[in-house]
Design a protein around this ligand. Structure first.
Ligand SMILES: [Cu+2]
Length: 199
Protein backbone atom coordinates (compact mmCIF):
# COMPACT_ATOMS: atom_id res chain seq x y z
CA UNK A 1 0.00 0.00 0.00
CA UNK A 2 1.36 3.36 -1.00
CA UNK A 3 1.00 6.08 1.57
CA UNK A 4 -0.07 9.39 0.10
CA UNK A 5 0.18 12.68 1.90
CA UNK A 6 -3.37 13.94 1.58
CA UNK A 7 -3.45 16.73 4.11
CA UNK A 8 -5.57 19.56 5.34
CA UNK A 9 -9.19 20.07 6.18
CA UNK A 10 -10.44 18.53 2.98
CA UNK A 11 -9.60 15.64 0.77
CA UNK A 12 -10.10 15.64 -2.98
CA UNK A 13 -10.12 12.74 -5.41
CA UNK A 14 -10.61 12.57 -9.14
CA UNK A 15 -11.66 9.24 -10.64
CA UNK A 16 -11.30 8.48 -14.31
CA UNK A 17 -11.45 5.53 -16.66
CA UNK A 18 -8.36 3.88 -18.10
CA UNK A 19 -9.00 6.07 -21.17
CA UNK A 20 -9.04 9.23 -19.05
CA UNK A 21 -12.78 9.98 -19.02
CA UNK A 22 -14.23 11.22 -15.69
CA UNK A 23 -16.47 8.71 -13.90
CA UNK A 24 -19.58 9.91 -12.09
CA UNK A 25 -21.16 8.25 -9.04
CA UNK A 26 -18.04 6.68 -7.61
CA UNK A 27 -18.28 6.30 -3.85
CA UNK A 28 -15.09 7.44 -2.14
CA UNK A 29 -14.73 6.51 1.52
CA UNK A 30 -12.07 7.28 4.11
CA UNK A 31 -12.01 4.70 6.90
CA UNK A 32 -9.88 5.65 9.91
CA UNK A 33 -7.15 3.08 10.54
CA UNK A 34 -7.62 3.73 14.27
CA UNK A 35 -11.10 2.25 14.04
CA UNK A 36 -12.49 5.20 15.99
CA UNK A 37 -15.60 6.20 14.10
CA UNK A 38 -17.98 8.89 15.36
CA UNK A 39 -21.60 8.31 14.46
CA UNK A 40 -22.85 11.36 12.63
CA UNK A 41 -26.55 11.98 12.28
CA UNK A 42 -27.54 12.77 8.74
CA UNK A 43 -30.89 13.18 7.08
CA UNK A 44 -30.92 10.88 4.09
CA UNK A 45 -33.71 10.57 1.56
CA UNK A 46 -34.04 8.49 -1.57
CA UNK A 47 -36.96 9.88 -3.52
CA UNK A 48 -39.06 8.38 -6.20
CA UNK A 49 -39.67 11.02 -8.80
CA UNK A 50 -40.91 10.66 -12.37
CA UNK A 51 -40.78 6.87 -11.83
CA UNK A 52 -37.07 6.90 -11.04
CA UNK A 53 -35.06 6.73 -7.84
CA UNK A 54 -33.28 9.97 -7.03
CA UNK A 55 -30.40 9.78 -6.43
CA UNK A 56 -29.02 6.75 -8.24
CA UNK A 57 -26.28 6.27 -5.63
CA UNK A 58 -26.43 7.05 -1.94
CA UNK A 59 -23.66 6.52 0.58
CA UNK A 60 -24.69 6.31 4.21
CA UNK A 61 -22.96 5.62 7.48
CA UNK A 62 -23.88 2.36 9.15
CA UNK A 63 -26.87 2.99 11.39
CA UNK A 64 -28.35 5.71 9.19
CA UNK A 65 -32.13 5.98 8.86
CA UNK A 66 -33.18 6.57 5.27
CA UNK A 67 -36.51 7.98 4.15
CA UNK A 68 -38.13 6.93 0.88
CA UNK A 69 -40.59 9.71 0.01
CA UNK A 70 -42.73 9.04 -3.04
CA UNK A 71 -43.04 12.31 -4.97
CA UNK A 72 -45.15 10.77 -7.72
CA UNK A 73 -48.93 10.62 -7.84
CA UNK A 74 -48.75 6.87 -8.50
CA UNK A 75 -47.61 4.20 -6.07
CA UNK A 76 -44.23 2.53 -5.72
CA UNK A 77 -43.13 -0.66 -3.98
CA UNK A 78 -39.50 -0.38 -2.93
CA UNK A 79 -37.48 -3.49 -2.14
CA UNK A 80 -33.99 -4.91 -1.67
CA UNK A 81 -32.86 -8.54 -1.64
CA UNK A 82 -29.27 -7.58 -0.78
CA UNK A 83 -27.73 -9.39 2.22
CA UNK A 84 -26.58 -6.09 3.76
CA UNK A 85 -30.23 -4.97 3.97
CA UNK A 86 -33.27 -6.95 2.93
CA UNK A 87 -36.52 -5.01 3.16
CA UNK A 88 -39.59 -3.89 1.33
CA UNK A 89 -41.97 -0.97 1.60
CA UNK A 90 -45.17 -2.31 0.15
CA UNK A 91 -47.15 -0.35 -2.40
CA UNK A 92 -47.42 3.17 -1.03
CA UNK A 93 -47.90 6.83 -1.78
CA UNK A 94 -46.37 9.79 0.01
CA UNK A 95 -44.06 9.40 2.98
CA UNK A 96 -43.69 5.93 4.55
CA UNK A 97 -44.42 5.90 8.29
CA UNK A 98 -40.95 4.62 9.21
CA UNK A 99 -37.50 5.20 7.73
CA UNK A 100 -35.36 2.19 6.86
CA UNK A 101 -32.31 1.75 9.11
CA UNK A 102 -29.21 0.45 7.32
CA UNK A 103 -27.45 -1.30 10.18
CA UNK A 104 -24.86 -3.38 8.32
CA UNK A 105 -22.02 -2.24 6.07
CA UNK A 106 -22.23 -3.41 2.48
CA UNK A 107 -23.80 -2.87 -0.91
CA UNK A 108 -27.56 -2.62 -1.28
CA UNK A 109 -29.37 -2.67 -4.63
CA UNK A 110 -32.86 -1.16 -4.71
CA UNK A 111 -35.69 -1.91 -7.06
CA UNK A 112 -39.41 -1.24 -7.45
CA UNK A 113 -41.87 -4.09 -7.83
CA UNK A 114 -44.08 -2.04 -10.12
CA UNK A 115 -41.50 -0.38 -12.35
CA UNK A 116 -38.81 -2.80 -13.51
CA UNK A 117 -36.48 -0.12 -14.80
CA UNK A 118 -36.18 1.71 -11.47
CA UNK A 119 -32.71 1.18 -10.02
CA UNK A 120 -30.70 2.69 -7.20
CA UNK A 121 -27.83 1.70 -4.95
CA UNK A 122 -26.90 2.34 -1.35
CA UNK A 123 -23.37 1.83 -0.09
CA UNK A 124 -23.40 1.45 3.69
CA UNK A 125 -20.02 2.33 5.18
CA UNK A 126 -18.42 2.29 8.60
CA UNK A 127 -17.24 5.88 8.43
CA UNK A 128 -18.76 9.37 8.38
CA UNK A 129 -16.14 10.57 5.84
CA UNK A 130 -17.26 9.87 2.31
CA UNK A 131 -18.56 11.43 -0.87
CA UNK A 132 -19.36 10.59 -4.47
CA UNK A 133 -17.91 11.90 -7.66
CA UNK A 134 -19.78 14.38 -9.82
CA UNK A 135 -19.92 14.45 -13.61
CA UNK A 136 -16.37 15.83 -13.58
CA UNK A 137 -15.17 12.74 -11.71
CA UNK A 138 -14.23 14.86 -8.70
CA UNK A 139 -15.28 14.49 -5.08
CA UNK A 140 -14.27 16.60 -2.10
CA UNK A 141 -14.62 15.24 1.40
CA UNK A 142 -14.63 18.11 3.88
CA UNK A 143 -13.41 18.33 7.45
CA UNK A 144 -11.50 15.11 7.76
CA UNK A 145 -9.50 14.97 11.00
CA UNK A 146 -5.76 14.43 10.65
CA UNK A 147 -4.76 10.80 10.78
CA UNK A 148 -4.32 7.63 8.77
CA UNK A 149 -7.14 6.31 6.62
CA UNK A 150 -7.92 3.54 4.18
CA UNK A 151 -9.16 5.08 0.95
CA UNK A 152 -11.80 2.90 -0.67
CA UNK A 153 -13.75 3.36 -3.86
CA UNK A 154 -16.84 1.63 -5.18
CA UNK A 155 -19.11 1.99 -8.19
CA UNK A 156 -22.30 -0.01 -8.82
CA UNK A 157 -20.98 -1.06 -12.23
CA UNK A 158 -17.29 -1.50 -11.52
CA UNK A 159 -15.74 -4.48 -13.32
CA UNK A 160 -13.14 -5.11 -10.65
CA UNK A 161 -12.88 -3.78 -7.15
CA UNK A 162 -10.12 -1.25 -6.68
CA UNK A 163 -7.62 -2.05 -3.94
CA UNK A 164 -7.82 0.10 -0.85
CA UNK A 165 -4.84 2.36 -0.31
CA UNK A 166 -3.62 4.08 2.78
CA UNK A 167 -3.63 7.85 2.94
CA UNK A 168 -2.34 10.20 5.59
CA UNK A 169 -4.35 13.33 6.26
CA UNK A 170 -2.01 15.92 7.68
CA UNK A 171 -2.00 19.57 8.58
CA UNK A 172 -0.92 20.78 5.17
CA UNK A 173 -3.14 20.73 2.10
CA UNK A 174 -2.19 18.08 -0.41
CA UNK A 175 -2.63 17.73 -4.10
CA UNK A 176 -5.62 15.95 -5.49
CA UNK A 177 -5.49 12.17 -5.53
CA UNK A 178 -6.00 10.65 -8.98
CA UNK A 179 -7.54 7.20 -9.31
CA UNK A 180 -8.47 5.00 -12.25
CA UNK A 181 -11.43 2.61 -12.23
CA UNK A 182 -12.81 0.17 -14.77
CA UNK A 183 -16.58 0.73 -14.92
CA UNK A 184 -19.14 -0.69 -17.33
CA UNK A 185 -21.52 1.79 -18.94
CA UNK A 186 -25.01 1.96 -17.47
CA UNK A 187 -27.39 -0.23 -19.46
CA UNK A 188 -30.44 1.60 -20.71
CA UNK A 189 -33.66 0.07 -19.41
CA UNK A 190 -36.97 0.47 -21.14
CA UNK A 191 -39.21 3.05 -19.45
CA UNK A 192 -42.65 3.36 -21.06
CA UNK A 193 -44.25 6.81 -21.39
CA UNK A 194 -46.07 7.90 -18.25
CA UNK A 195 -49.53 7.84 -19.83
CA UNK A 196 -49.20 4.47 -21.55
CA UNK A 197 -50.22 2.07 -18.83
CA UNK A 198 -52.35 1.51 -15.81
CA UNK A 199 -49.70 2.51 -13.28
CU1 LIG B 1 -42.09 2.27 -8.91
Amino acid sequence: MAALDAGGAGFEVRVQSQAGAPIEDVAVVLEPVSGRVPQLKAQVSIEQRDREFVPYLSIVQKGAAVNFPNRDTLKHHVYSFSPAKTFEIKLYAGQPAQPVVFDKAGEVALGCNIHDWMEAHVLVVDSPWFGKTGADGIVRIAQVPAGRYRLRTWHPRQKTAAAAQEVVIGATPARRTELALDVAPREPRHKPPADSGSY
